[in-house]
Design a protein around this ligand. Structure first.
Ligand SMILES: NC(=O)c1ccc[n+]([C@@H]2O[C@H](COP(=O)([O-])OP(=O)(O)OC[C@H]3O[C@@H](n4cnc5c(N)ncnc54)[C@H](O)[C@@H]3O)[C@@H](O)[C@H]2O)c1
Length: 292
């Protein structure tokens, strides 16, 4: 694999995924600087206080960088649902500022953290690959719309100004430091507290989880020449059902779980009910459970 660029900035470098990317790049021999509004968890990681909404600050902070990983933003769909305007401002204007700074500073690669949620409205039964078209009316969530717009900005800066990019569409990422709101830490926390875990419905809802260290490895690969101006889906290979997670937690910690069948209720986050490929995946899950 090609050696990574020498000096790398990571917007959102103090966050869950950004911290792991910082570790991976440091191990690979790069000089890494976290560009964030809060300091990194590790005191040995270089840090510049940067608000991606402040163009002058971003330009100044990326002046001497060879590559920028842009991960800063509103990453929790529930937060975006609660404060849509602010989510759009940080994600969209923040991304425009990062690409503008890369343009002015001749940064050799700007890697954008996108999401597999961009396929939320994908039609048909064909496997979803990087070429699958988006269906904008079904994007389904302000978070998704903001990430689709981020991708458009990356393409625009390449086409209009020749700014090189790589887009990484993450699946559901898990690992140490992930948000406590997500199902894996929630089940573990409840199990350790002696509580019974609750699985909605029959628990056949699934996600293609990707481990955060594997995802960090992909960031190294994203700096290769082959990845220039390319888009990559980074989902886990295997659908993992909520029921299986509950069973694993029960096996490891002895915590029981129960199913909960609810009446028709508006979900707290519509996008949670409209994950990429979910319609197709649901069909698969049904076939599996009927003994295929
Ligand atoms: N976690 C996932 O499963 C997942 C899945 C798909 C895509 N993503 C994307 O990956 C990226 C990182 O996600 P994460 O889970 O590590 O999120 P995170 O919330 O842990 O980290 C985001 C970081 O961005 C920083 N930040 C927020 N606003 C900022 C601003 N205005 N200026 C500078 N820094 C700012 C925060 O301080 C935080 O450190 C996001 O772009 C998210 O949309 C995450």
């Amino acid at each position: 694999m090609r050696q990574p660029a020498g000096r790398i900035g990571i917007t959102g470098g103090s966050g869950f995924i950004g911290s792991c990317v910082a570790d991976r790049m440091t191990t690979a021999g790069s000089d890494v600087v976290a560009l964030d509004t809060r300091p990194p968890q590790r005191s040995d990681v270089a840090y510049r206080h940067v608000d991606v909404l402040d163009l002058a600050e971003v330009v100044q902070a990326t002046r001497d960088l060879d590559a920028v990983f842009h991960l800063a933003g509103v990453s929790d769909a529930s937060d975006a649902l609660a404060r849509p305007v602010s989510a759009v401002q940080v994600n969209v204007a923040g991304t425009a500022n990062v690409f503008e700074a890369s343009r002015r500073n001749d940064v050799r690669r700007t890697v954008l953290a996108s999401t597999a949620w961009v396929y939320a409205g994908a039609h048909g039964d064909a496997p979803i690959d990087e070429e699958a078209p988006f269906h904008l009316p079904s994007a389904g969530h302000i978070y998704t719309s903001s990430k689709i717009t981020e991708e458009l900005i990356a393409h625009n800066y390449c086409e209009l100004y020749g700014t090189p990019f790589t887009i990484l569409r993450y699946g559901d990422v898990y690992g140490p430091g992930m948000s406590e709101n997500f199902v894996i830490p929630r089940f573990v926390r409840q199990a350790l507290g002696g509580e019974t875990n609750t699985v909605n419905g029959d628990g056949s809802q699934f996600r293609n989880y990707v481990y955060v260290d594997d995802l960090a490895d992909a960031h190294l690969a994203a700096l290769s020449g082959d990845a220039e101006n390319e888009v990559f889906n980074l989902k886990g290979p295997e659908p993992i059902t909520i029921r299986r997670i509950a069973e694993e937690v029960r096996g490891l910690l002895g915590a029981p779980f129960r199913g909960r069948h609810r009446g028709c209720r508006r979900p707290a986050s519509p996008a949670r009910e409209r994950r990429p490929g979910r319609r197709r995946c649901r069909t698969t899950a049904c076939r599996d459970s009927s003994g295929r």
